[in-house]
Design a protein around this ligand. Structure first.
Ligand SMILES: Nc1nc2c(c(=O)[nH]1)N[C@H]1C(S)=C(S)[C@@H](COP(=O)(O)OP(=O)(O)OC[C@H]3O[C@@H](n4cnc5c(=O)[nH]c(N)nc54)[C@H](O)[C@@H]3O)O[C@H]1N2
Ligand SMILES: Nc1nc2c(c(=O)[nH]1)N[C@H]1C(S)=C(S)[C@@H](COP(=O)(O)OP(=O)(O)OC[C@H]3O[C@@H](n4cnc5c(=O)[nH]c(N)nc54)[C@H](O)[C@@H]3O)O[C@H]1N2
Ligand code: SF4
Ligand SMILES: [Mo]
Length: 724
């Protein structure tokens, strides 16, 4: 057996091949992580080199703290896309609007892009070019993309798809706790808590491997409460399932707080010592008496009391929110309302306790820390703070004045694109807004009306299909880079095989573009060099990576930020002593009751909510191209209650059209009691006529910019009976 020199790990310290890179004749084994969700399950890739340089890649699970040797169906099948005939292997260009995309050279692809960007910026100014990134990009890519936008393009118009994701929780946790880290504790803390409350998160489908932690919690006597408008796969596992109406979380959380106060469960000592602002919140909660909350949420008083009884019996509690709570016009307030509840109970900043938001994308956490977000610089530095700007400017080798100011959220970039007030050219890295953005029909039209669109992807996504230039890029197993998982644990994905000859990494594409733009700052394309720069840029900041390196990550099973120096152990648990607010205390927030949201009416009497199913990932650009997953769930569907179906004359399996004030999509009816009467649920993983986002709203939460994906007033009509 021969170990490669390229291994980051000291062979003597590595317990076995799973953490290292090992070569045995024509076989190598590489420890890495799944390309999909924020759990970042550990896996080993077996790469067998066959004839003509072709590689056969097999996935096996690896014992890592988040997955303990398990993978979900997406993880097991993820290597299929590496050798898929559908992947892009040469750059594509559209030479005129009436022509199709055709294969071209890298020289032409880069040259066309830079010529178009330069011409638009000369005519309309630097902010006429926008950049959209993604939470699937490595930290290195997210960092370099932010630097590219600000330094090479000098535009303030950069944001990323994480804005669609958990921006509401990010805003809320920054306000309440002073920092935005999805989970402020390791995932394994779940196993030690008495009570886990999942609100608007369907773990059983969106992070199936996380169920292992929940099983261990229950084996130790812990209890599970699930709050969701649907009897989701996760709700099926609950000790108590609370079926609320979509958009009812603010009222529900305040109603629970009111009952907690009445039951004498407030931890007065914790509130006095570690928080601020409870008196106003206590007074406000009095307005949420049980009968009123029952009417506002559809949750019976008996059930509300049952949840409070669980809280009374538990010494420790973890409450997690997912997109069900956050993707609303009032998303930030809904999260703050649940945080109020947990602070009042004194179940934050103590072992086996806490509030967390379940980060979704593979690098949804790190992706928002290193400068893709419109208002942030690397390390969570603020783009408006003079000291932060100066620090980052020094690392970038520019004057602080050269760094542009804050931009606008992704939804606004997209809905104004190609108009007088919007960007004229757009670069997209790791995002497929033509499927996943709200009001996608409008967004697609806006993308078509751009003067120039370039997309970097490894498949011809629906967004790439609209582009003038498409850059074919490497995939996760063909490049090295770090990801920060939902726990704030930085992990490293390693290169396991060579990419096809025609593709380049995102870092290489950015470096080529920066050179062609004659940018004088450095744009290294080696991930280790980019990571070294990121460490310096984040040093001393909230998300401090200065002490993290690839070697440490491998030998320590990941390192939790903040980690300011090489001898710092990293920070698995935040808030144990104090909160990173100016006075060290957490903040309660009075949450206004809102009536601004879209309510069902005579014309659109149903509540449409959207989300995910196990087999497909996000816009489906990847999983719809993986055979076993596509065959498992080939088309979209809408869940509809039997009584609602009967009223509309719809039977199971019918083709139906779901309509809202924005638009409509066609799908197949699944008649089920999983949803309450009057509620429709549809997954958003498909494009074309099945595109759920034709019907969603581009209205956003004013606090965080997150779109209201989870609630639209809708109606449904039977289009035709499906053939058997
Ligand atoms: N299989 C799969 N896994 C994924 C992904 C994927 O696309 N596919 N994506 C990843 C990403 S990026 C993310 S963000 C996560 C998302 O993970 P989740 O948050 O678990 O996913 P969703 O299905 O969007 O929404 C969760 C639940 O919210 C409920 N819900 C809808 N409206 C409301 C409401 O008003 N209140 C409450 N309390 N609940 C409501 C829905 O019924 C749904 O069951 O998953 C990650 N994992
Ligand atoms: N109706 C509705 N819409 C939603 C949601 C919802 O719940 N309901 N959820 C929202 C949420 S939470 C999210 S996170 C968004 C996600 O929305 P999208 O941005 O559409 O997510 P993906 O499908 O992951 O798109 C990523 C694209 O980048 C490519 N890609 C992956 N990795 C890389 C890489 O390293 N480099 C490059 N260049 N390309 C890469 C993939 O092939 C894919 O085409 O969708 C949002 N949209
Ligand atoms: S749970 Fe997430 S990270 Fe784990 S195998 Fe499934 S998709 Fe991959
Ligand atoms: Mo997400």
């Amino acid at each position: 057996m021969r170990r490669r020199n390229t291994s980051f790990t000291d062979p003597e310290r590595s317990a076995g091949f799973v953490d290292a890179m090992v070569d045995v004749e024509d076989l190598s084994l590489v420890g890495t992580h799944c390309p999909y969700c924020a759990l970042q399950c550990g896996m080993t890739l077996q790469v067998r080199r066959a004839e003509q340089g072709q590689a056969m890649v097999t996935v096996t699970p690896r014992d890592f703290p988040t997955n303990r040797g398990n993978l979900c169906r997406k993880g097991w099948t993820c290597a299929e896309l590496l050798s898929s005939p559908e992947r892009l292997t040469v750059p594509l260009v559209r030479r005129s609007r009436s022509e199709d995309l055709v294969a071209t050279s890298w020289e032409e692809a880069i040259d066309r892009t830079v010529t178009a960007l330069t011409a638009l910026q000369e005519r309309y100014g630097p902010d006429s070019i926008g950049v959209l990134g993604g939470g699937g990009l490595t930290n290195e890519k997210a960092y370099l993309l932010g630097k590219f936008a600000r330094v090479a393009l000098r535009t303030r118009m950069i944001d990323y798809n994480g804005r669609f994701c958990m921006a509401a929780a990010a805003t809320a946790t920054r306000r309440a706790f002073g920092v935005d880290r999805g989970l402020p504790f390791p995932l394994s803390d779940i196993e030690r808590t008495d009570l886990l409350i999942l609100v608007g998160v369907n773990t059983a489908e969106t992070m199936p491997v996380l169920l292992g932690h929940i099983e261990r919690m229950r084996a130790a006597g812990g209890r599970l409460v699930v709050i969701d408008p649907r009897r989701s796969a996760t709700a099926e596992l609950a000790d108590i399932f609370v079926q609320s109406t979509p958009g009812a979380d603010i009222a529900l959380a305040q109603g629970l707080l009111r009952l907690v106060i009445d039951a004498g469960l407030v931890d007065e000592a914790f509130v006095a010592a570690r928080t601020r602002g409870f008196d106003e919140v206590r007074a406000h909660a009095m307005g949420f008496w049980p009968e009123r909350v029952e009417a506002l949420t559809g949750v019976s008083i008996v059930q509300l009391r049952a949840v409070v009884e669980e809280l009374r019996r538990a010494q420790t509690t973890i409450l997690l929110t997912g997109r069900g709570v956050e993707q609303h016009v009032t998303g930030t307030h809904a999260v703050l309302a649940y945080i109020n509840l947990m602070l009042a109970l004194g179940r934050v900043g103590r072992p086996w306790c806490g509030y967390g938001s379940v980060t979704g994308q593979g690098n949804g956490q790190g992706g928002r820390e290193h400068g893709q977000k419109a208002d942030q610089l690397p390390g969570y530095r603020s783009i408006t703070d003079p000291c932060d700007r100066e620090h980052v400017a020094r690392v970038w080798g520019v004057d602080p004045e050269q760094i542009p100011g804050p931009g606008v959220p992704a939804t606004e970039i997209l809905t104004k694109a190609g108009t007088e007030d919007g960007v004229r050219g757009l670069l997209v890295f790791g995002c497929n807004p033509a499927v996943s953005a709200p009001e996608a029909t409008r967004v697609e039209n806006r993308l078509r009306s751009l003067d120039f669109l370039a997309v970097a992807d490894f498949v011809l996504s629906e967004t790439a299909a609209l582009a003038d230039v498409v850059f074919p890029v490497t995939q996760w197993a063909e490049e090295t880079g770090t990801m920060t998982n939902l726990e704030g644990r930085v992990v490293v994905r390693r290169k396991a095989l060579d990419p096809p000859p025609g593709v380049r990494s995102d870092l290489e594409v950015l470096a080529m573009l920066a050179t062609a733009l004659e940018c004088r700052s450095a744009f290294p394309s080696d991930p280790a060099a980019v990571f070294a720069e990121l460490r310096r840029a984040s040093s001393g900041a909230v998300a401090d990576y200065a002490g993290i390196d690839y070697e440490r990550i491998v030998t320590e099973d990941g390192v939790f930020w903040p980690c300011p120096s090489a001898d710092h152990p990293g920070t698995p648990r935040l808030f144990l002593d104090c909160f990173p607010t100016p006075d060290g205390r957490a903040r309660f927030h009075v949450v206004p009751s809102s009536s601004a949201d879209e309510a069902p009416d005579v014309e659109f009497p149903l509540c449409l909510t959207t989300g995910r199913l196990l087999e497909h990932y996000q816009s489906g650009a990847q999983t719809r191209r993986i055979d076993p997953l596509r065959r498992a769930v080939p088309t979209s569907y809408v869940e509809i209650h039997p009584a609602t179906a009967q009223w509309y004359g719809v039977t199971d399996g019918d083709t139906v059209r779901v309509r809202t004030r924005r638009g409509s999509f066609v799908t197949t009816a699944r008649v089920t009691t999983k949803v309450a009467e009057g509620t429709l649920f549809v997954p958003f993983h498909w494009g074309g006529a099945e595109r759920a986002n034709n019907a969603t709203r581009a209205v956003t939460d004013p606090e965080s910019g997150i779109p209201a994906f989870k609630l639209s007033a809708a109606t449904v009509e039977a289009a035709a009976r499906m053939s058997p």
